[in-house]
Design a binder for this molecule. Structure first.
Ligand code: AHG
Ligand code: MN
Ligand code: MN
Ligand code: MN
Length: 337
């Protein structure tokens, strides 16, 4: 431990460099880190304690809720409410904005999270995660919170990150100044800086998409896929296909190895031509991180971080990863537009 930097030390060091910093962010982050450790403990024992399977409820997304979705959501709401620095929270699992209980102190931060990402992988011991996106309210602290405080563009995020419950537990985040990765040392219960200043390779060799749904995609997405599989692409050989089905895990692999993740629009229901992933709790935080690491994230034509959210559970097509790979997709969409 002597030479090692813990996540708390890292945050405190960086905070010192920010003029006017009040310590509020550190308090929020401490609760996030504690939540991550509590959820990681449940994930590690998942087959032994009663957290596998469904609760029997259907969430606002129309999905069957898993016990671990519900557990992670409860832990995050409970801990983050106690940070004393939030005015509101929002979760993939809750239809509406979650107010901080009356009897708790409040602050100017807003956090939006996907408590448990990759729910379909919980029961089979495959990587899952937690994703978070942090904003500061725009309206005056004393006035009533406005929906525009919660529905800000991704470019307004003050921090974003994710926790990956994998072969080890990792916390990756950015406060705007680089992307840093910390690995949980279970023997001391601390996240230790293991991946400082992560940069995504400019071009990858991997594409990640649920190819089973290709027949439901638009022409441009099909064209993009055939580019990545073609031996005539910039790489001069087909990319490897890798798809775990947990955004956090697919994103993390591509962040370190390079590559492109795609969850395109799905045209099977003409009333719902948007993608599956949620703009506020999934696309925005991942887009923030990938850009801070030198990559790109678009919905086909537009930068994800420039989309003005209209409602909390809005979805967006999502193409994200190495800059050159995402540019190829954008050029295909622009040519057809
Ligand atoms: P969640 O478990 O939070 O609902 O998110 C699931 C998401 C995401 O993790 C993953 O990239 C995607 O769903 C997988 O969807 P498909 O099964 O349609 O490929
Ligand atoms: Mn879900
Ligand atoms: Mn998710
Ligand atoms: Mn989820």
């Amino acid at each position: 431990m002597s030479q090692q930097v813990t996540v708390t030390e890292h945050i405190l060091l960086h905070q010192k460099m920010i003029p006017g910093a009040t310590g509020q962010f550190t308090r929020l982050f401490n609760e996030l880190v504690l939540s991550a450790k509590i959820i990681a403990r449940a994930v590690n024992k998942a087959g032994l304690v009663d957290v596998l399977g469904f609760t029997g409820d259907i969430n606002v997304q129309g999905e069957e809720v898993k016990k671990l979705d519900e557990y992670a959501n409860r832990i995050l709401i409970h801990r983050l409410s106690r940070s004393g620095v939030l005015c509101a929270m929002a979760s993939e699992e809750n239809a509406d904005i979650i107010e901080v209980p009356e009897n708790f102190p409040r602050g100017d931060y807003i956090i939006i999270f996907d408590p448990l990402d990759g729910s379909s992988n919980i029961d089979v011991n495959v990587n899952i995660g937690t994703i978070f996106s942090i904003f500061k309210r725009r309206s005056n602290s004393d006035a009533a919170l406005l929906s525009s405080d919660v529905l800000q563009k991704g470019s307004e995020q003050v921090a974003a990150g994710y926790i990956l419950y994998g072969s080890s537990t990792m916390l990756i985040f950015s406060t705007g100044d680089g992307v840093h990765g910390f690995t949980l040392d279970p023997s001391v219960g601390e996240f230790i800086l293991s991946h400082p200043n992560i940069r995504i390779p400019e071009q990858g060799k991997i594409y990640s998409v649920n190819e089973g749904y290709e027949r439901y995609w638009d022409r441009d997405t099909k064209k993009a896929l055939s580019y990545f599989k073609s031996p005539k692409n910039a790489l001069r050989k087909p990319y490897s296909g890798r798809y775990i089905g947990s955004l956090v895990a697919d994103f993390h692999r591509n962040l370190l190895y390079g590559g492109i993740f795609m969850y395109p629009a799905d045209l099977r229901d003409p009333k719902k031509p948007w993608g599956k992933l949620r703009l506020t709790c999934e696309c925005n935080p991942m887009a923030f991180i990938v850009e801070k690491a030198g990559g790109l994230a678009i919905d086909g034509l537009k930068r994800i971080l420039d989309i003005e959210p209209e409602h909390l559970h809005q979805r967006a097509p999502f193409f994200c990863g190495s800059a050159k790979d995402v540019q190829v997709v954008q050029e295909i969409f622009e040519a057809e537009a």
